[in-house]
Design a protein around this ligand. Structure first.
Ligand code: BG6
Ligand code: MG
Length: 219
């Protein structure tokens, strides 16, 4: 296996579009304390851990709950979210993802997941992408959330690739910041307005060729 480059994929918003499911589940949770979560607020939850997301929503709602209620809200939100996840299939993979994973793998480069989600292994299994990954680093393996670079640095270590030779695909501002802090090459996917700090921006993997990735040099 070649070790001169490693590829790190965020999950939510990069491999699959789960933001809509997080939104539905958070909306239901927030309704319990009479708060109506908006699409704009949901945008600000991208890349944010489950606990921090609930803290943000409670702050927007000006609501306070006991620790017990907090845990209950988070657990119910996740149970609700998983009802959507469990219906996911290969058809939920975002355009171009499987093609680029196939090319990277065929060329012998290591691939790791770098996600904040604790549900990542389950989602990858549901959509049938687990075999592409040499390492899975997710919300269960980190102590510090993005924009801390920990998640990506662990992924680099697991792939045995130097951080500056790693290429990170991210859809969240906090994720791009984490990749830049790790001195990795950051590629933003989605609205470039929200991802101004990314080294490169694309709207989807359909726009990214393997030749482009192959010629990327450390910054
Ligand atoms: C991130 C999502 O990838 O994972 C966030 O963008 C989500 O919206 C976070 O809150 C944690 O996910 P989970 O699946 O552990 O609740
Ligand atoms: Mg994401």
């Amino acid at each position: 296996m070649k070790k001169e480059k490693g590829f790190i994929f965020d999950l939510d918003g990069v491999i699959v579009d789960t933001a809509k499911f997080h939104f539905l589940a958070w909306k239901k949770a927030a309704a319990e304390f009479d708060f109506e979560l908006t699409h704009t607020q949901n945008e600000q939850l991208k890349g944010v851990s489950r606990v921090d997301s609930l803290k943000k929503i409670l702050k927007w709602a000006n609501a306070e709950v006991s620790q017990e209620k907090f845990n209950e809200l988070a657990a119910n939100k996740n149970a609700d979210y998983l009802t959507y996840v469990d219906k996911m299939t290969e058809a939920d993979i975002l355009p171009g993802v499987k093609e680029i994973l196939t090319e990277i793998k065929a060329a012998g480069y290591p691939i790791s997941l770098g996600s904040a989600s604790k549900n990542a292994p389950r989602i990858l299994d549901k959509v049938g992408l687990t075999p592409f990954f040499d390492a899975l680093v997710d919300g269960n393996s980190v102590s510090k959330a993005k924009p801390d670079p920990e998640v990506f640095l662990i992924a680099a270590e697991k792939m045995h690739v130097q951080p500056h030779n790693c290429i990170v695909f991210e859809d969240a501002e906090a994720g791009i910041e984490a990749a830049n802090k790790a001195k990795m090459i950051s590629i933003g996917l989605g609205n470039p307005e929200n991802l101004k700090e990314a080294d490169y921006n694309f709207s989807s993997f359909n726009e990214i060729t393997f030749n482009f990735l192959k010629q990327l040099q450390p910054k």
